[in-house]
Write a new protein. Structure first.
Length: 401
């Protein structure tokens, strides 16, 4: 049965399920589904003597309590009333404060109870507002956006290998041990990734712990699992597959389906006319119709970087390219890329550029496109794919990327 959520323009259907697996004695995963707050969260606890499940429970409880508070409601209401960039940044700041509150609550619990020393948890949560999904992420649980044309891994694992790769270190293979370097309660401070996506009918959001995504062979396999069926069927199918693959870890998943839109607004989702003009001027998208530009960007995720941030070429287990929406990026060779510029175009054909990472000159918004997601979009629509690869080959041949 579809549900109507506060502040959200689409009806949704959702399901959540968890399984202890075949090896662990207890389940340290925790799920939170609060449709009354348009809030969904997942946490994978760690720590001995049941402390992991305590940490995960503290995290999701704190998220719920913080989003329920009047200041949070005011920020979300303001965004829905006028979803401009500054209002969006206020939502991101709220998500970071909520995550930091969960972190502080776990540190306080550890201070009071000696047996909780060493406990921590991953944390991913999503708030649905207007026609968008806002995500906060810490750890190695994951958020995915499943679309008819592609499945996009939205979050990057905060594990050692992934973090070193994102920082530009060339590491040939993932080591057997890949410890977390960031999670709730893991250290004195926590780093919080935030992002948002525009939603359309037919989109599917997936939150899952590593007991799920470690059992999936590839994103193509995940796409097949998520392509058909109700949220309940997808959730149970993923848990069954995790057990069939050995069930070595707790496994948990939340599936949210975006159904029909029942609220129409003058500022409906999607790029503004100015942003569409910027995107259409990008060498990868030049000369395409607005519909084709939007189709190509089904694989894209908007990200914002602060002045001085380095721009990674590896994100979410894959090479990435970027289109600059606004701001500026300095390349190691002294060149500067501004709006409509294309960064790391060679990533889209699996080539890796060596050397230092580019740096954001000022606060800069970019559309991030992962190689595998781009390929999936192109495979789904052969005509669009041919046009995109032709433009990409032409641009790479000029040697200006």
């Amino acid at each position: 049965m579809s549900r109507i959520l506060p502040r959200f323009d689409f009806r949704i259907e959702f399901a959540a399920s968890t399984d202890v697996g075949l090896v662990r004695q207890s389940n340290e995963d925790r799920l939170l589904c609060c449709p009354e707050l348009a809030l969904f969260a997942i946490a994978d606890g760690m720590g001995g003597h049941a402390a992991g499940e305590v940490a995960a429970q503290i995290a999701v409880d704190t998220v719920r309590d913080e989003v329920l508070r009047p200041p949070a409601a005011a920020i979300l209401d303001a965004y829905v009333a006028d979803p401009n960039i500054e209002a969006r940044r206020e939502v991101f700041a709220l998500l970071r404060r909520v995550t930091e509150a969960a972190h502080a609550a776990i540190l306080e619990a550890r201070r009071k109870e000696p047996s909780y020393q060493g406990m921590g948890t991953t944390l991913d949560f999503v708030v649905l507002a207007h026609s968008r999904a806002f995500f906060a992420h810490a750890g190695d649980s994951r958020a995915y956006l499943v679309r008819p044309t592609t499945t996009v891994q939205l979050t990057q694992d905060h594990a050692l290998y992934d973090t070193l790769r994102a920082a530009g270190n060339a590491i040939a293979r993932k080591p057997q041990r890949n410890p977390l370097v960031n999670a709730i309660g893991l250290a004195g401070t926590v780093s919080v990734d935030t992002l948002f996506v525009d939603l359309s009918r037919g989109d599917r959001i997936l939150l899952c712990t590593d007991g799920i995504h470690n059992a999936i062979e590839s994103e193509a396999s995940l796409s097949r699992f998520c392509a058909k069926g109700s949220p309940e069927e997808v959730a149970e199918g993923l848990l069954k597959h995790a057990r069939e693959r050995g069930g070595r870890d707790n496994a948990s998943v939340i599936v949210i389906d975006i159904k029909e839109r029942f609220v129409k607004r003058a500022d409906d989702a999607g790029p503004s006319s100015r942003e569409l003009s910027v995107l259409s001027a990008c060498p990868l998208l030049s000369g395409m119709s607005p519909a084709a530009v939007l189709g190509a960007l089904a694989a894209g995720v908007e990200v914002e970087l602060a002045a001085g941030d380095r721009i990674p070429r590896d994100v979410a287990s894959d090479l990435v390219a970027y289109v600059v929406l606004d701001g500026a990026v300095d390349l190691p060779d002294g060149r500067r890329i501004v709006s409509s510029g294309l960064l790391y175009p060679e990533s889209l054909v699996g080539a890796r550029r060596k050397g230092d990472l580019p740096v954001a000159v000022s606060r800069t918004r970019l559309i991030r496109i992962r190689k595998d997601d781009f390929a999936e979009v192109c495979e789904h629509d052969a005509e669009l794919g041919a046009a995109l690869y032709q433009r990409l080959a032409r641009y790479l041949a000029l040697g200006t990327g």
